[in-house]
Design a protein around this ligand. Structure first.
Ligand code: AMP
Ligand code: MG
Length: 336
């Protein structure tokens, strides 16, 4: 298949492709999404084929206006209204009981549907000109999510109808996912909207176990996506837990030919092996923004082992931790 590369002023062409049941990669503020008409089950099924995504992993439906949600859900609780008013448009996905018009391909057979209203102007225009869009990240399943148009081209050229070049994504990790289908509300995936912000808006929010820990054998995932290996480069990522001094001592003692460090700017003068910079040590938003691009760079450079700081779990750091621990297959070395 020939993939059309479209510019931001060609959204009308992208909308035409969507209306005809095709697949378009679109920029959003989180990561690039691979979009199809959410109410066209056959079109949505092609998303799974293009990505190699397991069919039991449901998709997020993207809307441009809050008013579009009412046809898609059976219930719209008061807390959903507060979250929408506080954080939409933006990087927050809400899970609610689904209405009958949601195709089984979108919900993967669950009784709920995930909904998000993105803030990216191009994504919103595409939705307005076509339909609510089912869209997972526009990468091959299992590889790091795409945060630049080059990443999308690497993974999807020849597999989908079109790609819209919207420049680099500003948040850099996928949306925060909260379910309101169970009480109390539960955070299933951390992202740009933090647990602290959610609690300030609606009170009690439970942190789902799978955010920080691997699922036990046979344990059901509240969010099916959390049971899959994710965000992983080909390199073996190893997280190091300990003081700054212990970190530097360990990595410098492991300066082999094929190893590199995922580091903070502050580490650079003290490193004796190749490095990829995540950002300043305290700047979690910058680390989130660069994480996936840096993981892809590790593969381009052919590193076999990548050592990284174990991230802090506060604010947007929780989202960085959640992605890194999965990229590392939960491998953490305690240096203390
Ligand atoms: P992605 O679109 O690849 O960023 O992934 C969307 C995430 O939301 C995955 O982890 C899904 O498993 C999760 N998700 C989507 N719909 C639901 C739902 N109805 N219930 C629980 N998790 C969901
Ligand atoms: Mg994804």
């Amino acid at each position: 298949m020939k993939t059309e590369l479209l510019q931001k002023n060609e959204v009308a062409r992208a909308a035409e492709i969507i209306r005809q049941g095709g697949l378009v990669a679109m920029p959003t503020e989180t990561v690039y999404g691979l979009a199809a008409d959410a109410l066209n089950g056959a079109a949505v099924a092609n998303i799974f084929r293009a990505k190699g995504r397991p069919m039991d992993n449901p998709l997020i439906v993207h809307i441009a206006e809050l008013s579009q949600i009412h046809a898609l859900v059976r219930e719209f609780p008061e807390k959903a209204g507060i979250l929408a008013e506080t954080f939409w448009p933006g990087p927050l996905t809400m899970i609610l009981p689904k209405s009958d018009i949601i195709p089984v391909e979108v919900s993967a057979g669950l009784d709920t549907v995930a909904i998000r209203c993105p803030s990216d102007a191009t994504a919103r225009e595409l939705i307005r000109l076509s339909a609510p869009l089912a869209a997972p990240s526009a990468n091959l399943s299992g590889s790091p999510s795409p945060t630049t148009v080059q990443h999308v081209i690497q993974d999807m050229n020849g597999r989908i109808d079109a790609i819209i070049d919207g420049g680099d994504c500003c948040v850099g990790v996928e949306s925060t996912v909260i379910t309101l289908a169970t009480q109390p509300p539960r955070l299933l995936r951390p992202g740009g909207i933090t647990l602290e912000q959610l609690r300030a808006a609606i009170g009690e929010v439970i942190l789902d176990e799978a955010v920080l820990h691997p699922l036990a054998n046979g344990q059901q995932a509240a969010s099916p996506g959390m049971k899959y290996k994710h965000y992983s480069p080909k390199a073996n990522v190893i997280l190091l837990q300990g003081t700054e001094e212990a970190f530097l001592r360990f990595v410098n003692a492991h300066a082999e030919d094929t190893a590199a460090v995922l580091c903070y700017e502050e580490d650079i003068p003290d490193l004796q092996l190749p490095y990829l910079v995540l950002g300043a040590a305290e700047d979690y938003a910058e680390q989130a923004n660069r994480l996936f691009a840096v993981l892809r760079q590790a593969d381009e450079k052919g590193y076999q082992t990548v050592y990284a700081h174990c991230p802090a779990t506060e604010g947007v750091g929780l989202a960085v931790y959640n992605r890194m621990i999965r990229a590392a297959g939960f491998e953490v070395i305690d240096l203390a």
